[in-house]
Design a protein around this ligand. Structure first.
Ligand code: ATP
Length: 323
C-alpha cells in the first residue's frame, strides 16, 4: 500500500485547498492512503500528521487559505531538522510527499529527496507567480483579481479628488502582480523589482502631468522594489514636488485571502491530480508546471541558479498605453 503525504509550505495562496483535495482523492482512487502534514515542514519535524479520508477534503475546494495550515520552518534549513522529518515519515511508512508551495519549499523538498531518498513532487502554490517552468502558479490569478478590484476602487476616489495614489502590492522578488495589476488598472507608473527605474525622469513626468492637469496618477509599486515600497516612494515625491497631493495604500494580506478564482481551482485540481499520478509512476524530484495550457512534469534541477523572468516588454507596453 502506497502512503502519500501532502503539505503546504511558505506563504498561503488561494487554491491550495483545491490542490490538497485533488491529491487526497487521486491517491484514494488509486488505492493509496493519503496523509496531511500540518504547518508545512515544521509539522513534519514535529510529526503532526493525520490520515485524510475523502470527507476530510469535502467542501474545501472553494475556500482560501489551507486546511493543513502553512509555516516557514527555520529548523528545516538544518540537516538535523530534515533528518528528523525524514525519520518521522519513514516510521509511518509514508514513502512519498507532495509539497505545495513556492521555490523555497521546492528547495527544501529537493534536499529531502537527495539526502533521504523521500520521493517528492512539487506543486507550485504562490501568489508571486515566480516559479520557473510554469506559466502560472496556484493563487496568482485570484490575488491578481483581488488587487485589480481593490485598485479600481482606489482609482475612483483618486479621480474624485485629483490626487496621486501610490498602491503597494505584494511581491518581494517578483513583479508579476505589480506589472499585471498595473496593466489591468491603467497605472501610469509601475515599479517592479526586476527593473531599475530612472527616478528623476519619473519625478519629471509626474510634474508634467500635474502641469497639464492630468486627472489621476495611479502608481503601482511592488513591495520588493529597490526604492523600498510605496511609503518611501511617497516620501521622496513629497520632497521633490511641493504641494503634491498624494496618498499611499498598501494592499497587504488582502491579496492572499478570499475564495480562489475558477482558474485557480482548475489549475490546482489539475496539478494535484498530476502530482499523485507522477509519484505513482515512480517519478520524483520533479515539479508540476503548466505551459501553454498543458501540464508538464519538470525536474527541480531545471530551476538551479535560474530565475523566472518577468516579461519586461509588457512593462514598456504598459507605459506607452497609459499615457
Ligand atoms: P512564497 O513564494 O509564498 O514565499 P516559498 O515556498 O518560497 O513560498 P519560503 O519561505 O522561501 O517560501 O520557504 C518555505 C520553507 O521551505 C522555509 O521556511 C524552509 O522551511 C523551507 N526552505 C526554503 N529554502 C530552503 C533551503 N534552501 N533548504 C531547506 N529548506 C528550505
Amino acid at each position: 500500500m502506497n502512503k502519500i503525504g501532502v503539505l503546504t509550505s511558505g506563504g498561503d495562496a488561494p487554491g491550495m485547498n483545491a490542490a490538497i483535495r485533488a491529491v487526497c482523492r487521486t491517491s484514494l482512487h488509486h488505492g493509496a492512503e493519503c496523509y496531511g502534514i500540518m504547518r508545512g515542514y515544521q509539522g513534519l519535524i514535529e510529526n503532526e500528521v493525520k490520515q485524510l479520508d475523502t470527507t476530510a477534503v469535502a467542501n474545501i475546494l472553494q475556500r482560501g487559505g489551507t486546511i493543513l495550515k502553512t509555516a516557514r520552518s527555520k529548523a528545516f534549513f538544518d540537516k538535523e531538522g530534515r533528518a528528523q522529518a525524514a525519520k518521522n515519515l519513514k516510521e509511518q511508512g509514508i514513502d512519498s510527499l507532495v509539497v505545495i508551495g513556492g521555490d523555497g519549499s521546492f528547495k527544501g523538498a529537493q534536499k529531502l529527496f537527495k539526502e533521504h531518498n523521500i520521493k517528492v513532487i512539487g506543486v507550485p502554490g504562490t501568489i508571486d507567480n515566480d516559479i520557473l517552468g510554469t506559466d502560472l502558479t496556484i493563487g496568482y490569478d485570484t490575488a491578481l483579481n483581488t488587487a485589480v478590484s481593490a485598485i479600481d476602487k482606489i482609482r475612483e476616489t483618486a479621480e474624485a479628488h485629483d490626487r496621486i495614489f501610490i498602491v503597494e502590492v505584494m511581491g518581494r522578488d517578483a513583479g508579476y502582480l505589480a506589472l499585471n495589476s498595473g496593466i489591468s488598472c491603467g497605472a501610469q507608473h509601475i515599479f517592479i523589482p526586476e527593473l531599475q527605474e530612472n527616478i528623476e525622469s519619473f519625478v519629471n513626468e509626474v510634474t508634467d502631468d500635474r502641469k497639464r492637469k492630468k486627472q489621476t496618477n495611479l502608481i503601482i509599486v511592488a513591495e520588493g522594489d529597490e526604492f523600498g515600497g510605496a511609503q518611501k516612494l511617497n516620501e521622496y515625491l513629497i520632497e521633490q514636488i511641493p504641494n503634491i497631493q498624494s496618498r499611499v495604500t498598501i494592499l497587504g494580506h488582502i491579496q492572499r485571502g478570499g475564495s480562489p478564482s475558477a482558474t485557480d481551482r482548475i489549475l490546482a485540481s489539475r496539478m494535484g491530480y498530476s502530482a499523485v499520478n507522477s509519484l505513482l509512476d515512480g517519478i520524483s524530484g520533479h515539479m508540476i508546471g503548466i505551459q501553454g495550457g498543458e501540464i508538464k512534469v519538470l525536474p527541480f534541477d531545471q530551476m538551479k541558479d535560474r530565475k523566472k523572468e518577468n516579461p519586461l516588454d509588457l512593462s514598456e507596453m504598459a507605459m506607452i498605453i497609459s499615457k
